[in-house]
Design a protein around this ligand. Sequence first.
Ligand code: IMP
Ligand code: MG
Length: 179
Amino acid sequence: MSPPALRVLISEQQIQARVAELGAQIDADYPGGTLHLVGILKGACFFLADLARAIRRETVIDFMAIASYGKNKTTSGAVKLTKDLDLPVEGADVLLVEDIVDSGVTLNYLIHSLETRKPRSVRIAALLDKPERRIRPVELAYRGFHIPDEFVVGYGLDFAEKYRNLRDVCVLEGGHKGA
Ligand code: IMP
Ligand code: MG
């Protein structure tokens, strides 16, 4: 089997410029108070780290993790929370930070789960959006890039847990698609 080919789709420079814009927009949009940044493990960790530093207002950082059942490249529809928040969010402004929205199943589930805890607001920031793939509605307050329906890795995104540390978002080409 030939080695996987990686084609840069969004460069490190493009990502950093867009993250700076999103941070400025978030600063301008929220009133006062502490913003709860909630990263979805593991893919969002690089985006969260850069976005948090592009935001000048007061923030706290928390994480959630979910397991989705089905093959490793698509979300089957069933989602389970495997790590919950450490901090209470009642009355708080919560910004869910995710690497990519694909089917929408994950974020649709998480936003409903968070709404039951009575935050003041819940919004979503996603670095990447593949809207053609949506099967559940998800409203994105902050979107980094709209991308075509291709499987991407890097900047937190993985294939079989690999490639998360690439500095660019790359399309993984060749016969490596599992689903
Ligand atoms: P959704 O529930 O289908 O929206 O899936 C979201 C999750 O699927 C993301 O958090 C990623 O973990 C994973 N995912 C979807 N598309 C890709 C991709 O192109 N590359 C890597 N992971 C992806
Ligand atoms: Mg993910």
